[in-house]
Design a protein around this ligand. Structure first.
Ligand code: CDP
Ligand code: MG
Length: 659
């Protein structure tokens, strides 16, 4: 019996006619029956289709319509929280329901679902957390792992966890679990083999032809060449050719937005007006929406985006893509236990994805700010994260899910042995695991720590804060670090900014500075105007407060004294941080630069740090980034005497203060 659209939901609101029309014109709409039949027939189905063909928004709705929710919910996982939230909102609109009702989402620190939720969009990380409570994921009748080509650590681990859950549910005669893997065009055979030669369905997209242009000569400064290309095209092309420019990160996007605005002002009258739309994950969602809106007629839209617009979100109306050829990725520095954010060349697969964004509605053009020879030397595929990132969080999670030997876990691609071993070593130093021959178990502390959705280094710092009596402060610092940046930097006068920021600055470093900001924000009663006057990001600070509230709840469950404060004695706060971040210590050298303790990496203090000019002898850092030089970011001064107290086992190998 063909299901009726009207049966879909109880609480229906009218669906705008243009939304309905748009939905019915998507490529997946035409293959609906075939798709559903394949899914009914197979335990695992792999669906491949161009970005924008309607996979993420439509397929969950088809399944709901055909009664797949009878025995449980449909989970749809996304690697990025922003994608989970925006897609859930869109599907809520398309089904005429309020968000959190039939359609909900669940991302770290934010759960917008109720008992009536059937379609649950969530980050892959959240589903993994649920697997810690029930490794068979029995609340779900269908699990859709979306954007699988992204190959984040969490997605890869989830593939193994879901495969095991499906098998075990058969063995234990529980209701069957359907698994669907969705991806943009990528290495399909690999996924299919992993799932016992599961069938692959291709959805023909509506991709128009794309004209490809390469740079004639290789360019040293890709950012400069990108702006130059933007202006050359801006002079030549009609105003309704909107641009999508791929860049690497927030800072770069904000700087470029400023320089484009300045040059455009000088060209006033000679070229069409422009509307610049930044797009990156940390951007408040309201500001993100601007990129999806049509500009006034006669105005050119220029979207400056990170790789988020490669596949995660679709911007209609783009005719011209400008690809800088670079991407910011996290990768492990061999043998150090440290991850670093680094700008590097994209892969050929990514270059094709980026180009494809230009041909969604009509023929388009891509301008590659690199030569054809360079392109031919790009690697074919990006390296999956499990093969290049710190794995401590994941191993801790696998153990918490009940996987006894994570070394032998069924990975789609096995991480290198060295990465696994360094993760085990770090977890042992953090006091979270005990290894006995081949068997590895969580310690009591490890069990408690794994209930926090935090990097183990931060959860360790939290437990240390409990011992040292500064949980109140630690919760604020961790919440700020877990939010998406509290500073506003775009379109701001630098000098004014510095003078305002100095009000919050602490000589102890950035962590105490962030604490001061958070305390002042609370002191202002979370006032929007106050944030505006102080160049602080109101939404992200509210989000910080939300994160903090959730961490307090978890503290209550774990008997952590969440309101114990160290007052003005923030020394203990820095000591507690050191307990978690003991691998991230750097020592000043006579030559004026720093080296990381133990692994002897040469690093510099990032100019954004309040300690940039101070140059203390020892600092702990939160993050390593490479943009030309290697920089350490978010620092605190540490006293060398604290090091052996923070981790005697680790620091016994070093001779501190005897350079
Ligand atoms: O997953 P896939 O890339 O195949 O497509 P999708 O995310 O389901 O998007 C299909 C279409 O839905 C897009 O082309 C947009 O027109 C629309 N959409 C939207 O308007 N707002 C969103 N947040 C997501 C999608
Ligand atoms: Mg999608």
């Amino acid at each position: 019996m063909a299901p009726d659209d009207k049966n879909l939901i109880s609480n229906v609101k009218p669906v705008p006619i243009e939304v309905k029309r748009q939905k019915e014109s998507l490529p997946v709409y035409y293959v609906q029956t075939k798709l559903v039949n394949e899914i009914i027939k197979n335990a695992v189905t792999i669906i491949i289709g161009e970005t924008g063909s309607g996979k993420t928004t439509q397929i969950p709705q088809f399944l709901h319509k055909y009664d797949f929710c009878k025995n449980g919910m449909i989970a749809v996982t996304q690697p990025r929280r922003v994608a989970a939230i925006t897609v859930a909102n869109r599907v809520a609109v398309e089904t005429g329901s309020d968000i959190g009702d039939l359609v909900g989402y669940c991302v770290r620190f934010e759960d917008v679902t109720t008992s009536s939720t059937k379609l649950k969009f969530m980050t892959d990380g959240m589903l993994l957390r649920e697997a810690m409570l029930d490794s068979l994921l029995r609340r779900y009748s269908v699990i859709i792992i979306d954007e699988a080509h992204e190959r984040t650590v969490q997605t890869d681990v989830l593939l193994g966890v879901v495969k095991a859950a499906q098998k075990e549910r058969i063995v234990r005669k529980f209701p069957f679990l359907k698994v669907i893997i969705m991806s943009a065009t990528m290495d399909v055979d690999h996924f299919s083999r992993f799932f016992n030669n599961a069938p692959v369905i291709f959805i023909a997209g509506r991709q128009y032809s794309i004209n490809i242009n390469y740079a004639k000569n290789s360019q040293d400064d890709y950012a400069f060449s990108t702006v130059a290309t933007v202006f050359q095209l801006h002079r030549e092309l009609p105003a309704d050719h909107h641009f999508l420019v791929f860049l690497t990160g927030q800072d770069e996007i904000e700087t470029m937005a400023r320089s484009i605005a300045t040059v455009a002002k000088e060209l006033h009258g000679q070229t069409p007006p422009i509307m610049i739309c930044p797009l990156f994950a940390a951007l408040p969602s309201q500001a993100q929406l601007k990129a999806f809106k049509d500009p006034p007629i006669g105005t050119r839209k220029i979207v400056l985006s990170t790789n988020i617009a490669e596949t995660s979100v679709t911007i209609d109306g783009i005719k011209c893509v400008i690809d800088c050829g670079m991407v910011k990725v996290r990768s492990h520095i061999s043998g150090t236990g440290l991850d670093m954010l680094k700008v590097q060349r994209i892969s050929q697969a990514q270059a094709w994805q980026r180009a494809g964004r230009a041909g969604r509605l009509s023929e388009g053009t891509v301008y590659r700010v690199y030569t054809e020879d360079q392109f031919n030397n790009f690697q074919k595929m990006p390296i999956p994260e499990v093969q290049r990132c710190n794995l401590t969080s994941v191993i801790l999670q696998l153990l918490a899910i009940g996987i006894k030997n994570p070394m032998k876990f069924d990975f789609l691609d096995k991480p290198p042995k060295e990465l696994l071993e360094s993760a085990f070593k770090e977890l042992e130093l953090l006091g979270t695991i005990k290894t006995d021959e081949d068997v590895c178990t969580l310690t009591d502390l490890g069990k408690k720590m794994s209930s926090f959705p935090l990097d183990p280094r931060f959860s360790k710092a939290l437990f240390a804060a409990n011992e040292l009596g500064c949980v109140e402060e630690m919760l604020s610092v961790i919440s700020v670090l877990s939010s998406e940046g509290v500073f506003v930097t775009a379109n701001v006068d630098r000098e004014k900014l510095e003078s305002i920021r100095s009000k919050f600055s602490s000589t102890e470093g950035d962590h105490v500075t962030l604490l001061n900001i958070y305390k002042s924000f609370r002191g202002s009663k979370m006032n929007k105007q106050w944030c505006y006057e102080n160049f602080l990001n109101y939404r992200n600070l509210c989000y910080t407060a939300e994160i903090r509230k959730q961490l307090v709840d978890l503290c209550l469950q774990q008997n952590i004294k969440h309101s114990r404060s160290c007052g003005s004695n923030t020394n203990v706060l820095r000591q507690a941080l050191l307990n978690g971040l003991f691998l991230n210590v750097a020592e000043l050298q006579r030559e004026g630069h720093y080296v990381t303790l133990g692994t002897r990496q040469i690093v510099q203090i990032h100019p954004s740090s309040v300690l940039f000019r101070t140059k203390p002898s020892y600092v702990l850092f939160t993050e390593l980034v490479e943009t030309g030089k290697r920089y350490i970011r978010q620092l605190s001064i540490v006293d060398p005497d604290w090091l052996p107290l923070a981790n005697s086992e680790y620091f016994k190998r070093f001779r501190i203060n005897e350079q």
